[in-house]
Each structure stands twice: as structure tokens, then as C-alpha cells.
Write a protein that binds this ligand. Structure first.
Ligand code: NAD
Length: 494
């Protein structure tokens, strides 16, 4: 296929590389004259480096480079036949994109399909500026395009079905996965990604723990490749804050997607993360970056008797009775240690919470209340760390940091499914490929169990009174029916 890529910046050059590698011919154009040769040099070096590693073969890399054609204008006639597709990756501005496409409508045949790589603009609104809105769809890639093997295909309200079909088959033909997503704020991946970061910021707002401790929990207990604060520093808080705002306002201030007051000042202060040298972590010469040394709680008594209130799957208890000086460990599930102390008359100064989600993982998470004594904390860390486990101490909260992060991720994903924004399978595929989560969010909820997820969200909702945790009907109904969260919507006659 002959594809014109307009905008030769970060995304345009990645899209060009992806397309020529798959055997397509790419015409590359940009408003800045120097941008195109720079992009071609970039693609050449990437392909050469890939060829040195054996994929693609050197001859294929050479062929791919020959298929890259430099244009001196987005509106150029080009040397061969007219392109069948234009993919736009210019600046994220509706007016600029609309002007580009209306200009292209004047010079290219009516059969040329238009695709926008916008991350946050409405495809329908952009299409409404064209003479023929039916020819335009969103084709949202992820950076770096050749490695992130996913593209969201986003039909606008007027997009013709064959346009969506063409984009899907183009993407799938290259070995990337195509997911079809309704034209809604954040599309699929950026919407699904709000679950983790908004909840992480809520935990920080409430001083449950600091960014480094929360990231350790996210990595070690939830198995995420990157903690949410590390991720925000990598993406850039300016970008993350703007996506949070767009998705939240786009969904009419839905509680589940609520951003945090913490970001505005941090963005104003230039604490954007890696690119400015400082964010939630500090980067640069001698700085520890996102892996600061872990604080150690020393001096505890690893032999102090400990009892567990309720289930003890990890065999932590060394005594049955909370009598004498024994520590009391309360496994919480959406509930607080404070409520357990009050409800069961436990000794407040030596009662701590433990996150059951953490028990099968390398890191155990302890929760302390305002009444927990310091010696009790030291001893509990020593007892729980006895067999080589890392131990993170957090302040008492409904559930635990890991439970809240997981509940938010799963609940947001069920909200996406319920709104018909994407099919359950596509939600899980897109999130694993686009966000690198160890499981898709619906499959993750199923792994924990729909009924257990429902109990968690209900407890969080009851404990906090925050509508953010109200479980979606998608989750509630499937849990009631004993069905997996991945169960699609039943068809009904229209
Ligand atoms: P970028 O700034 O790296 O590149 C944009 C390029 O477009 C520049 O080279 C610029 O000269 C050119 N340009 C601007 N106006 C133009 C015009 N009227 N005609 C031709 N060229 C023009 O930006 P980017 O990060 O590549 O983002 C491009 C688009 O892709 C945006 O819509 C963005 O939202 C979207 N996107 C970005 C990412 C990402 O991670 N960077 C991911 C997905 C989608």
C-alpha cells in the first residue's frame, strides 16, 4: 500500500518505520523542511541497528529504506500513484489537523483514506471539518511504534465501515494488533490507564505512603513492570495531568476517573519527571532516579509472638491468642485496621494490618494506625521479614494500596466494557500490549475472583463513602451470576 505520513516527529518517524518494514511504500512529509531528512536518517539508523540483530534481514532493511520517499510538502503530488492512505501525526491541535486534511481533500483523490494519530481529540469533531467525514478514522499508535504492537482503530460517528476495515487489516497485516474503539475521551488505553495513576495519586494525597513505597508495592505485589510514579515520571507529569483532565472532563467528571489536586502545582514547578530531571524522583548525575534505597526498619524482635485475626494462609501466626504481648495482625479486604480494632476490641497499640494480596508475593505490606506503638511496628517488620520477604509499612487505609490500585484498574476497565467502548477481549489485549500490565484488567479481576472484587469495591465504597469505588453494574451483575468479568454483553434486538 502507498501511505503518506504527514508529521515526521516522534510518532511520524515511528509510523514510517513500521510501515516500510511491513513492505509498504511511505511518503513522508512535514511542515518543517529539515524534519523529513532527519526522520529518514533516524529510520535508517533504526533499521540498520535492527538488521544487525537479524530482524529484518539486511536485504529487507535496504528494501524498506528504498520504500521511504521524501516529500517537500504534505500536499505534494508525489512521484507515483496517489496514496491510498494518509496517516497524520502532526501537532495535537484540532485546527492544525483540520486545515491539513481539508487541504489534502483538495489535492488527493476522494478514494484516499485519512487517518489521524491524535491521542486526545475527537475523531468525530475533526471529521466534521472535512467535506467527506466518512473517509476519516482514528489510528492511534503507541511510542515507539515498531515495538508497541498495538493500534487503536477509532471510527468517528460518520466513518464508513470500509475505512475502519481497511485500517484494521493494514495493522493486523503488519503483526501489530488492532483494537476497534469507540470515539470517546482517551479512547481505550489512555482511559484504562487512568485507573492506576488516579488511585496512586489519591493514595499519595491521603499520605498512605510515599511514591517510592507505593511503587515498590505496585511492582512487587501487583507485578507491574513500573510503579505508577515511576511511570508518570517517564511519561511526563505534564502529559499525564493533561490526559487525566481530558478523560475526566470528557466523561462529565466521572468520580472513578477523578484526577488529583497534586498535579497542577507540580506541573507548574516543572516537576515533569525524567525530561526535566525532577519529578516524583530525582534524575541525573549521582541521583538514584526511580530506585532510591529502601529504608530499613531495624532493631525489631523476630521472635515476638504474633497472632492473626482470621485466615492465615502464609502461616504467620506463632500463637493463637492475642493475649500478653503478642502482636495482632489483621488481614484487611477493603476495610481498615481501625475498624477491626474498634469492632473486635483489639489492643490498638500492638495491632497492625496485613494485605492478604501481598502474602503470596516477595513483599509483605503492613499497615499501622495512629495508635500502633513503635516497638510493635519494628517487631512486626522483623517477624514478617524473617524468611527473606521485603516488608513495606504503610498507614492504615481502606483495604491497602495494592487493593485500591487493583480495584480502581478493574473497575475502570469494567466501565469501559459497560459503555461499549471496546469488547472485553480487546480491552485486555490493549491493556497488556499498551500498558504492559501482567494481565488484562478484566482477566485480572477474574484471577482474583469477580465476587471478591465486588466485595472489595463494596467495602472500599462503604468505608470511604467515595462514589469513586462504586462497583459498576458490569462487575456487580457478573459477580452475582457467577460469570467471569470477560463475559461479553448479551446481544439484544435493537
Ligand atoms: P512531535 O512534535 O514529535 O512531531 C510533530 C511533527 O509535526 C513535527 O515534526 C512538526 O514539524 C510537524 N507538524 C506540525 N504541524 C504540521 C503541519 N501543519 N503539517 C505538517 N507537519 C506539521 O509530536 P509527536 O509526539 O510525534 O505527536 C504527533 C501526534 O501523535 C500528536 O497528535 C500526538 O498527540 C500523537 N501521539 C503522540 C504520542 C507520543 O507518545 N508522542 C503517542 C500517540 C499519539
Amino acid at each position: 500500500m502507498r501511505i503518506r505520513v504527514v508529521g515526521a516527529g516522534t510518532m511520524g518517524r515511528g509510523i514510517a518505520q513500521w510501515a516500510v518494514t511491513a513492505g509498504h511504500t511511505v511518503e513522508l512529509a512535514d511542515a518543517r523542511p529539515e524534519a523529513v531528512p532527519e526522520a529518514v536518517a533516524f529510520v535508517r539508523s533504526m533499521l540498520r541497528r535492527a538488521a544487525e540483530k537479524g530482524r529484518p534481514a539486511p536485504a529487507d532493511a535496504d528494501r524498506a529504506l528504498e520504500a521511504l520517499v521524501e516529500l517537500d510538502s504534505p500536499y505534494a503530488a508525489g512521484s507515483g500513484a496517489a496514496p491510498e492512505l494518509v496517516i497524520e501525526a502532526v501537532v495535537e491541535d484540532l485546527d492544525v489537523k483540520a486545515e491539513l486534511f481539508t487541504g489534502l481533500e483538495r489535492v488527493l483523490p476522494a478514494s484516499t483514506v485519512f487517518a489521524t494519530n491524535t491521542s486526545s481529540l475527537s475523531v468525530t469533531r475533526l471529521g466534521a471539518r472535512l467535506t467527506d467525514p466518512g473517509r476519516l478514522a482514528g489510528l492511534h499508535f503507541f511510542n515507539p511504534v515498531p515495538l508497541m504492537r498495538l493500534a487503536e482503530v477509532v471510527p468517528g460517528a460518520a466513518t464508513r465501515q470500509e475505512v475502519t476495515a481497511l485500517l484494521r487489516s493494514l495493522v493486523e497485516g503488519t503483526g501489530h494488533r488492532a483494537v476497534t474503539v469507540a470515539d470517546t475521551p482517551g479512547f481505550l488505553v489512555n482511559h484504562a490507564g487512568r485507573g492506576l495513576v488516579t488511585e496512586a495519586l489519591a493514595l499519595l494525597e491521603e499520605s498512605v505512603a510515599g511514591p517510592a513505597a507505593l511503587d515498590r508495592v505496585a511492582r512487587d505485589v501487583l507485578g507491574l513492570r513500573m510503579g505508577p510514579f515511576e511511570l508518570m515520571d517517564l511519561t511526563g507529569l505534564d502529559v499525564t495531568a493533561s490526559v487525566m483532565e481530558t478523560v475526566w472532563t470528557g466523561f462529565c467528571h466521572a468520580d472513578r476517573l477523578r484526577p488529583s489536586y497534586l498535579t497542577a502545582n507540580r506541573v507548574a514547578a516543572g516537576l515533569h519527571g525524567r525530561k526535566t530531571g525532577a519529578g516524583f524522583y530525582t534524575y541525573g548525575d549521582g541521583a538514584a532516579g526511580a530506585a532510591p534505597p529502601e529504608p530499613r526498619v531495624e532493631g525489631g524482635d523476630p521472635a515476638r509472638p504474633l497472632t492473626v485475626l482470621g485466615d492465615d494462609p502464609a502461616g504467620l501466626a506463632t500463637t493463637d491468642r492475642p493475649s500478653g504481648s503478642a502482636l495482632v495482625l489483621v488481614p484487611t479486604w477493603g476495610t481498615t485496621v481501625a475498624a477491626a480494632v474498634a469492632g473486635s476490641g483489639l489492643p490498638a497499640d500492638r495491632t497492625l494490618g496485613v494485605d492478604p494480596l501481598s502474602l503470596g508475593t516477595p513483599r509483605r505490606v503492613l499497615a499501622v494506625t495512629a495508635a500502633t506503638g513503635r516497638a510493635a511496628v519494628r517487631d512486626a517488620v522483623a517477624v514478617l521479614g524473617r524468611d527473606g520477604h521485603a516488608v513495606t509499612v504503610v498507614r492504615d487505609t481502606a483495604g491497602s494500596p495494592a487493593q485500591r490500585l487493583l480495584a480502581s484498574v478493574v473497575n475502570v476497565a469494567t466501565g469501559i466494557a459497560e459503555r461499549g467502548i471496546a469488547d472485553p477481549d480487546d480491552i485486555d489485549t490493549a491493556v497488556t500490549l499498551g500498558l504492559g500490565y501482567p494481565r488484562g484488567p478484566l482477566a485480572w479481576g477474574d484471577h482474583v475472583g469477580p465476587a471478591r472484587m465486588l466485595a472489595l469495591l463494596r467495602a472500599l465504597h462503604e468505608e470511604t463513602g467515595d462514589p469513586r469505588y462504586r462497583p459498576t453494574p458490569w462487575l456487580t451483575h457478573r459477580a452475582a451470576l457467577g460469570l467471569p468479568l470477560t463475559t461479553p454483553m448479551p446481544p439484544v434486538p435493537e
